[in-house]
Design a protein around this ligand. Structure first.
Ligand code: ARG
Length: 470
């Protein structure tokens, strides 16, 4: 029989030991229950119970035959859920009880043997870690897709120039690929950080029981290895009360969102009339209900806006944990919605940004070309020209500063100045000054390792191509 959601009036007192005579107040039942969200852990809960039952059998705590019957029953619950026939109501309290109760319905008294030598405290810790481990792998795949989308744009724009800014003031022109590669570097750090966190998620608390271990002769290493954990917690109190991994994950996810949000801000600026560096395609932009001329960058705006949810979960988790004495406390139930929402937000934003760069925007090379030609972002190169002729940098810097001032007053760019004007400023200037301050040359000259010079950028592209295997 598929479990139907029960009404509040039918709450049995029998979930608990015979110490309890009465059922919960219905409002408290709702308040206490996590089944509304922790049903997301169903697969992991069944996986953990299957491993536990098998271990109880091989340690002789129950017979091998009982173990396989328990495993059969758990797999029946899994199939019922797949068929949409497992819908526990509030009376189940949480996913762990829901599965156990259904098992007892299916197998009778034998089902009651499953919980031997464990507690929901080590069980929930195991489930959450198994779930998060899988999600970290999904986020890694989403990061790779996003990086490939950036890399493909970078490949297309290996010789396109874009103004480079400091303080949001035009500073020096850079190669557009170089700009995009900076975001790929951030995403690569995100992947490393998540891989590092994964190592600390992948430690098994199962068998710590409620807090102190168990007199039942269990084999913790067997369950841990069946579930693919790399290690087991060495201390049972730490095992059931550690949520550092959740905080670490949320901190790493927060940085993913920081990076996505910064890029979003750039895209939003680039799409404005004032910058005009990109056009948004119809695939990712929306219109205004009122102003027919508008095309809005909703995708990057939403990513920028959603980042706050993840930072909020980070602070929420830290605050939830900070006052808790050892060992398990019900406060920990609050870790789940934070993790679920943090993971979903991170995955959704990565996918949206990947699509944005795959098909949602087009750079406008002519606008970009015009932008880099029409400013004083080649002023440093005039100073560098003099330095190459033996003038001390600070002296050259002062000279060029004065030149910029007078050119601005006359409404001229440096490229428009006549040669005699240059010579007047310093006798070392020759006709090759014009080539030296052309934007493409300004970029090409920055050959220092990691600089924006085209050969350096080609090397970065090559490195990323092989790292991302594309
Ligand atoms: N639903 C609980 C949680 O999410 C499961 C563990 C409950 N343990 C307990 N001793 N009440 O943390």
């Amino acid at each position: 029989m598929a479990a139907e959601p029960n009404s509040a009036s039918s709450i049995p007192a029998s979930t608990w030991s015979d110490r309890f005579e009465e059922g919960l107040n219905p409002a408290i039942e709702r308040f206490n229950a996590s089944i509304g969200f922790d049903i997301a852990l169903l697969q992991q809960d069944i996986d953990g119970s299957v491993a536990h039952a098998r271990m109880l059998g091989s340690c002789g705590v129950i017979s091998e035959q009982e173990a396989s019957q328990l495993i059969g029953g758990l797999e029946t619950v899994r199939s019922e859920a797949a068929a949409g026939q497992f819908n526990p109501g509030l009376e189940a309290e949480d996913v762990h009880f829901a599965v156990e109760h259904r098992l007892i319905e299916l197998l009778g008294p034998l089902g009651k043997k499953l919980h031997t030598g464990r507690s929901r405290n080590d069980q929930v810790g195991t489930d959450v870690r198994l779930w998060l481990r899988g999600q970290i792998d999904a986020i890694d795949a989403a990061l790779i897709r996003y990086e490939r989308a950036l890399l493909s744009q970078a490949e297309t724009h290996r010789s396109t120039l874009i103004p480079g800014y400091t303080h949001l003031q035009r500073a020096q022109p850079v190669c557009l690929a170089h700009h995009l590669l900076a975001y790929i570097e951030m995403a690569e750090r995100d992947r490393c950080r998540l891989a590092d966190v994964r190592g600390r998620v992948n430690i098994c608390p199962l068998g710590a029981a409620a807090l102190a271990g168990t007199p039942v002769p269990i084999d913790r290493r067997q369950t841990a290895s069946e579930l693919g954990f790399a290690e087991i917690y060495a201390n049972s109190l730490d095992a059931v009360s550690d949520r550092d991994f959740a905080v670490e994950f949320m901190a790493a996810a927060s940085l993913v969102l920081v990076h996505l949000s910064r890029l979003s801000e750039e895209v939003i600026l680039w799409a404005s009339e004032e910058f005009g560096f990109i056009g948004l395609t119809d695939r990712c932009a929306t219109g205004s209900s009122l102003m027919p001329q508008k095309k809005n960058p909703d995708v990057p705006e939403l990513v920028r806006g959603k980042s706050g949810r993840v930072f909020g979960h980070l602070v929420g988790l830290l605050t939830m944990i900070k006052g808790l004495p050892l060992a398990y406390n019900k406060d920990f139930q609050e870790d789940k919605e934070a993790l679920f929402d943090g993971v979903r937000t991170c995955l959704d934003c990565l996918e949206a940004m990947a699509i944005l760069f795959e098909e949602g925007l087009e750079f406008r090379p002519q606008r970009l070309e015009a932008a880099v030609a029409a400013d004083f972002s080649n002023a440093t190169d005039v100073a560098d020209y003099l330095v190459a002729k033996g003038v001390p940098f600070r002296e050259a810097y002062q000279l060029v500063g004065g030149l910029v001032k007078s050119s601005l007053a006359e409404g001229l760019l440096l490229k428009d100045l006549r040669l005699d004007r240059w010579k007047e400023l310093h006798p070392s200037f020759e006709a090759d000054i014009y080539a030296a301050i052309a934007p493409r040359q300004v970029v090409a000259a920055r050959r220092s390792e990691g600089g924006t010079g085209f050969e350096q950028v080609d090397q970065q592209l090559q490195r990323m191509r092989s790292r991302l295997a594309c």
